[in-house]
Ligand binder design. Structure first.
Ligand code: ANZ
Ligand code: ZN
Length: 896
């Protein structure tokens, strides 16, 4: 079609982007009456948008546009998670400032986002590497410090030798996949840096922590309320927090009593050895006078990436408080210093790790718990389930659960204890491109926080160093005075983990210009929680947990009334190429920029949103892209023809075909609205595209009624507008509408839309049946298609059958009116009984008739035959007798 050639996507898209900007279409008012906060996780400015970004941001953009058309006030902002190591490394490589590199990337990505047609309120843009943002990181750090939620402490920390910085536990992965499954850290997997996959080392350093563990219970219990989060993410967070109920109990040793943590106090009688972490205080005492032993302990490597469990016998013994027996004390690498108390009682009969260790070191394996019925042999493998106690003195015959409680009561040194896998959040980083931690170290006063009036502590100049933290090289920065006593002092040179920046940016968006506070409490209370949050599953633990923690903490500081930041979280699926996720390392990327140039943003958006539900992975295909593009061209072509008056229409409203169209328009609105509402965009789009193709069939079949055709077009355009915004604006304007479709009202159905699904099913089934008959009977050319709907009494029988409990035939035949139909009724009742479970309600007979009457043109169009539609009374007895509710009887008369 020649009209298609007039669609120049670049021209159309740029024009509308400019017009949106000129008219501030996406500006969000501060005072919202009907607030809706839609947010895609802000990106790290890495250079070019990749397909993952495009999907990540198209989803919320479409949803935000839909909500805006629904009349809600929508906050849909964008910003930049702009600090971080890649910028620093890129800057060193190019001998420029990380800021320069970052700002260049931001400019590029902002431009590409605009070209994608994302409707952001750019007035609210935040950039975390700007002092007017990061000063609030420093301010918040101080509030955390004042509340006792920020702390400097020493200890073993994860060190990435390649990134030359420490890492939080959440940023150490057991493989390339995700956060570690098991913080006990054995299992043979290598622990690697989340950013660069380099194996991490352990260093003992003084570092700053935010005390997320104080919120462990709140964060865990809060997960129950997050009903609109994916179950998998809720599970990952629960697992990461890892609350375990158990007990502590003391064992006497030559070095005084030593406490252990156990989840299985019921196995106490089976504790045949005692084990200490290499770093345990008592280990240090034991090895103090024994250099040989000290050397052996030094050999133990808790980070060893092997499955083996290694230990050293200390020559010392502990007293099992239940049996009074002496049991050997080992120092073992599988005992972790920061889990429980750093010491454990070894129960080889009932714990797998202990079993392995005991087998290796020839330690007694004793069964003290037995399953109710079968026999087990604990010398072969540990029996790890609960059961009934045996060989446990006075507790013999007691269940595990009860024994745990009674032992806590009976033993003086035993107590309930809950432990967590979650550790405090280590936020110090030994790198340049981050927020300076606002602290000064004074020899007399210790660490002193910088007074509020001296914030921000701005980053000093950038002195690239081949290794180490560049900030340490800047004397003017490091050398300062103690804010408390005025003595010469040194400024902290560590910067903050960039996850601090992203843990509250969604609050800043509500009042990005506040110069005296990180965010305006009232505004944040109005807008939060974020209604729809969309972003990658890789943040399921890190970013989402930190954000939940910070939100709860600032809420407890009375800066906010909201506990949970994100109401609904959607993790978008991956964009794949031939079944593999696109990634530059695999070299299978399709560049969004090239797609935009060749086909336009609307095509990319339509293909992506139509391909699958947002949480599902889908394959990028050239064919899919082309068909989306062709659809847009066809739509624009139709609109143009209609607008130019080149499409002949009439004023014949009132024909069944017009009524059919009217009803389908309403049905499409209902279905598509449902789709948008529940994030099934692909289904919404299928409706909208179906409507456009129906309009095409309509105009092919007959001279369309002008009003109906126009309403159909106007509806389809609006249903498509959230996803193909530029083509929708173009069409909207061509149809003579004033104003932007982005600001137009979402369409409402004209008539009642109840039962439209049943009507569609009826029509579809009928068409299917006609096809089958023609096929089976080998009919060459049908002259008339006679269709009879079922009589009233069959509908009545069906209703009774659906309501019947058991005796369908009895229930149906108990009805006086139905008995009048004698054998027919009895036969039909038997049929109904046979398919009792599968029966579903049907439309009333008159509605069936009306629906088929309106849809008759589709049959005519398809089979080119005269359609004779009859009520039960009008048809021959024979034909009417075959009709059933939802399944009219059909007879086809062939052309002689
Ligand atoms: C005795 C016992 C008997 C345990 C038994 C378990 C089963 P899980 O196993 O993941 O539930 N534990 C305690 N402190 C530890 C540390 N510092 N490093 C490594 N392991 C430690 O975690 C709870 C169990 O981990 C605890 O319960 C303890 O072994 C071990 F049939 O105590 B149990
Ligand atoms: Zn690293």
């Amino acid at each position: 079609m020649q009209q298609q050639d007039t669609y120049d996507h670049a021209d159309v898209e740029q024009q509308w982007q400019a017009r949106w900007e000129e008219s501030d279409v996406f500006r969000t008012p501060d005072d919202a009456t009907d607030p809706s906060y839609v947010l895609g996780m802000f990106p790290y400015p890495s250079g070019d948008l990749h397909m993952g970004h495009v999907r990540n941001y198209t989803i919320p953009d479409a949803y935000a546009r839909y909500k805006r058309m629904q009349g809600e006030d929508v906050l849909h902002p964008m910003g930049w998670d702009a600090f971080g190591l890649p910028a620093e490394n890129a800057a060193i490589e190019r001998e420029i400032h990380p800021r320069e590199w970052t700002m260049d990337c931001i400019d590029t990505m902002r431009g590409q986002m605009k070209a994608m047609g994302f409707g952001y309120d750019w007035e609210r843009e935040v950039t975390t590497c700007e002092p007017d943002y990061y000063r609030w990181n420093q301010w918040l750090f101080k509030r955390f410090y004042e509340e006792g939620l920020a702390e400097r402490k020493g200890g073993d920390v994860n060190w990435c030798p390649s990134c030359e910085t420490v890492l939080a536990d959440e940023q150490v992965e057991t493989d390339a996949g995700g956060a570690p499954e098991d913080s006990h850290g054995d299992g043979g997997a290598v622990e690697v840096c989340w950013r660069c996959d380099t194996p991490v080392e352990t260093r003992t350093l003084d570092q700053w922590f935010l005390k997320i563990t104080e919120y462990a219970d709140d964060l865990l219990d809060g997960i129950d309320e997050l009903e609109q989060w994916p179950e998998s993410v809720r599970g990952m967070q629960r697992n990461w927090i890892g609350r375990q109920a158990g007990a502590t109990v003391e064992f006497d040793t030559g070095y005084g009593p030593v406490e252990v943590f156990t989840t299985r106090l019921d196995t106490l009688y089976g504790a045949t050895f005692f084990a200490l972490a290499p770093g345990h205080e008592v280990t240090r005492e034991i090895v103090a006078d024994d250099p040989d032993l000290a050397a052996q302990v030094d050999e133990l490597d808790p980070e060893a990436d092997t499955d083996e469990k290694n230990g050293v016998f200390t020559g010392e013994y502990a007293i099992n408080p239940a049996t009074g027996e002496e049991i050997p004390i080992y120092v073992a690498d599988f005992v972790l210093a920061d889990v429980g108390t750093g010491a454990l009682m070894g129960v080889p009969g009932h714990d797998e790790r202990d079993h392995e260790f005991a087998t290796e070191y020839d330690i007694e394996i004793r069964q003290v718990v037995a399953p109710e019925s079968e026999e087990v042999d604990v010398s072969a493998a540990a029996y790890t389930d609960d059961g009934v106690l045996v060989d446990s003195g006075e507790y013999d015959g007691v269940t595990s659960a009860e024994a745990r409680e009674r032992l806590i009561e009976d033993l003086e040194t035993a107590a309930h204890h809950t432990q967590y896998r979650l550790r405090d959040w280590l936020i110090s980083r030994q790198r340049y491109w981050g927020t300076p931690i606002p602290v000064v170290h004074c020899e007399d006063c210790g660490p002193v926080v910088v007074p509020d009036e001296d914030l921000p502590v701005e980053l000093p100049e950038f002195v690239p160093t081949p290794t180490g933290n560049p900030i340490e090289e800047v004397e003017e920065f490091v050398e300062t005075e103690c804010p408390d006593c005025g003595a010469p002092a040194e400024r902290e040179t560590d910067t903050m983990d960039t996850f601090v920046d992203s843990s509250w940016y969604f609050l800043r968006f509500t009042s990005p210009d506040r110069a005296d506070a990180p965010f305006d409490t009232e505004r944040a209370n109005d807008w939060l929680p974020v209604d729809e949050y969309v972003g990658g599953i890789e943040h399921a633990v890190m970013h989402l947990l930190y954000s939940r923690f910070v939100t709860r903490a600032v809420s407890d500081m009375e800066l906010l009334d909201v506990d949970e930041p994100f109401d609904h979280y959607l993790a978008q699926g991956m964009v794949q190429l031939e079944g593999t996720a696109m990634s530059s390392s695999k070299g299978n990327v399709v560049s969004p920029v090239e797609i935009m140039e060749e086909y336009g943003a609307d095509t990319a958006r339509l293909f992506m949103m139509g391909a699958a539900r947002p949480a599902k992975d889908f394959d990028w295909t050239e064919r899919g892209v082309r068909s989306s593009n062709e659809f847009i061209r066809r739509l624009l072509g139709t609109v143009e023809t209609f607008a130019d008056g080149d499409l002949s229409t009439s004023d014949t409203d009132g024909r069944p075909v017009d009524a059919y169209l009217a009803r389908e328009i309403d049905a499409s609105i209902a279905e598509a609205t449902d789709g948008y509402e529940s994030f099934r965009f692909n289904e919404a789009l299928r409706e909208a595209r179906g409507l456009v193709s129906l309009l095409g069939q309509y105009r092919e079949y007959t001279t369309p009624d002008a009003d109906t055709f126009e309403r159909g077009l106007r509806t389809a355009i609006r249903l498509l507008a959230p996803v193909v915004p530029h083509a929708a604006e173009e069409s909207w304007e061509q149809l003579g509408n004033e104003g932007f479709v982005a600001e137009a009202a979402w369409p409402d159905p004209d008539g009642e839309i109840e039962n439209h699904a049943a009507e569609r099913r009826l029509v579809e089934n009928t068409r299917e049946d006609v096809r089958d008959i023609i096929d089976v009977a080998g009919i060459q050319s049908a002259e008339t298609i006679e269709i009879a709907v079922a009589p009233e009494w069959k509908h009545r029988a069906l209703d009774l059958a659906i309501a019947a409990d058991d005796d369908v035939v009895g229930t149906v035949m108990a009805d006086e009116e139905l008995r009048e139909h004698g054998e027919d009724a009895a036969d039909y009742a038997k049929d109904l009984a046979a398919s009792h479970q599968a029966l579903s309600e049907s439309l009333a007979p008159e509605r069936e008739y009306d629906a088929l009457h309106r849809a008759a043109w589709l049959l005519d169009r398809e089979f080119d035959a005269e359609i004779v539609l009859e009520r039960a009374g009008e048809a021959s007895e024979d034909l009417a007798g075959k009709a059933r509710p939802g399944r009219p009887a059909i007879e086809i008369h062939e052309d002689e």
